[in-house]
Design a protein around this ligand. Structure first.
Ligand SMILES: NC(=O)c1ccc[n+]([C@@H]2O[C@H](COP(=O)([O-])OP(=O)(O)OC[C@H]3O[C@@H](n4cnc5c(N)ncnc54)[C@H](OP(=O)(O)O)[C@@H]3O)[C@@H](O)[C@H]2O)c1
Length: 169
């Protein structure tokens, strides 16, 4: 009798999974990761370029809601301050780092070093390279330089912008 109940439960579960898979708006790899862990970004440092509006703004709100520390970048310092004030987290968890991604390599290196040193040299866990728009697709230089001796490089690079014509490591 117990076997019958277990077999029935397994069948129902398998049927549920098959139906969910058939109608899911994601690929099998994503589905296999299971449900999102709500504490996955707790305390992580997320550096987002193009954070003053659009997709970048939506992304930083999401990460802030999940307890991440945020570095906001775009060219407009004023707009980034407004974004900082609007985020659902303590202001100490947000750093404004304005710079122009089409600036000189030297300026970009300085921005990367500043991001690295933010939050007491915590380094960067996630770099969301998102800046850009339709008028100016892509950036001139993409610096992939964040990290420190303990934590060389970023853990994740989320590349959402158009093609960069030069990559600097
Ligand atoms: N929206 C879509 O449907 C879509 C689809 C596919 C891909 N994308 C890509 O996703 C990214 C974001 O799209 P979006 O629609 O959110 O764009 P958006 O609303 O135009 O926002 C662009 C962001 O990039 C910043 N930015 C632009 N040029 C910059 C530069 N030279 N240096 C630093 N920051 C710069 C802007 O801030 P400042 O003006 O203050 O610098 C702004 O925060 C873009 O790379 C776009 O190509 C978007």
């Amino acid at each position: 009798m117990l076997e019958l109940i277990l077999a029935s439960a397994l069948s129902v579960y398998a049927f549920y999974k098959i139906v969910k898979f058939a109608f899911a708006d994601a690929d099998s790899n994503l589905l296999s990761k299971g449900d999102h862990k709500s504490n996955a970004f707790q305390g992580k440092v997320v550096w987002c370029t193009g954070a003053s509006q659009g997709l970048g703004l939506t992304l930083v709100k999401h990460f802030a809601e999940h307890g991440a520390r945020i570095i906001l970048s775009s060219r407009s310092a004023g707009r980034l301050e407004e974004v900082k004030a609007s985020l659902p987290t303590h202001p100490n968890n947000v750093i404004v780092l304005p710079f122009d991604l089409c600036g000189s390599p030297d300026q970009l290196q300085k921005a990367a070093a500043a991001a690295d040193a933010a939050f007491d040299d915590a380094g960067v866990d996630y770099l969301i390279q998102n800046a850009g728009n339709d008028d100016d697709a892509g950036v001139d230089y993409l610096i992939q330089n964040a990290g420190n001796d303990d934590d060389v490089g970023v853990d994740y690079l989320i590349q959402n912008a158009g093609n960069a014509s030069a990559f600097i490591y």
